[in-house]
Design a protein around this ligand. Sequence first.
Ligand SMILES: CC(C)(COP(=O)(O)OP(=O)(O)OC[C@H]1O[C@@H](n2cnc3c(N)ncnc32)[C@H](O)[C@@H]1OP(=O)(O)O)[C@@H](O)C(=O)NCCC(=O)NCCS
Length: 186
Amino acid sequence: MIYEAKEFTLKNGLKVVIKTPEISDARNLLDSIINVSATSDFITSLPEDYQPYLDDISKEEAFIEGNRKSPNSYLFAVYHNDKIIGNCFLSFFGNIKTRHRGTIGIAITNEYRGMGIGSILFDEMINIAKNRSGVTQLELGVIKNNEAAKRLYTSKGFVKTGETPRALRLPNGQYLDEEMMMLMLK
Ligand SMILES: CC(C)(COP(=O)(O)OP(=O)(O)OC[C@H]1O[C@@H](n2cnc3c(N)ncnc32)[C@H](O)[C@@H]1OP(=O)(O)O)[C@@H](O)C(=O)NCCC(=O)NCCS
């Protein structure tokens, strides 16, 4: 699905644009994801996981194209000037018995956290979900000690529904537990 470009002014005055990335943004998007994977233990990937995409950028282009064409998923990129400084996805299950459910993932690069971008993205995604026929709930997973993310999700109405112990194993051997959260829309 395509989310057309919208400009937002952050509380610090910075102007950002949110839109579905173009296929030509593949390297720009990859750089932003690699930044987050290098600066946060709370997402599921490490920079090394993106090496195959750096080696063959057509893989990242295919990922963007797949999201642009899919009737069930939105990929959003946040641009400051022309640089991508965050991204998130909203995807809906496609089967008859599961199409009432949507899932969310979000990642903002380190210099741009705490400026209100996550809050704006959540408002946009919740609005899309509310206006999509048949969707009644949004779900996400968050690492248990990711206080910033949990505060954002709780402020948007998400509540904890369960836990997965040892969801991530860091290179130093430390395990991190994950909490599942959900927002009931109807
Ligand atoms: C978690 C994350 C998505 C939040 O996005 P963000 O743009 O930084 O969040 P916002 O600036 O919109 O803040 C929204 C709310 O989140 C909470 N929050 C954000 N940063 C916080 C921090 N450092 N400490 C505590 N609460 C914080 C606050 O409640 C804030 O509301 P307020 O500004 O009214 O106090 C972002 O920091 C991020 O991508 N972090 C690294 C990757 C990650 O953890 N992804 C989520 C995986 S589940």
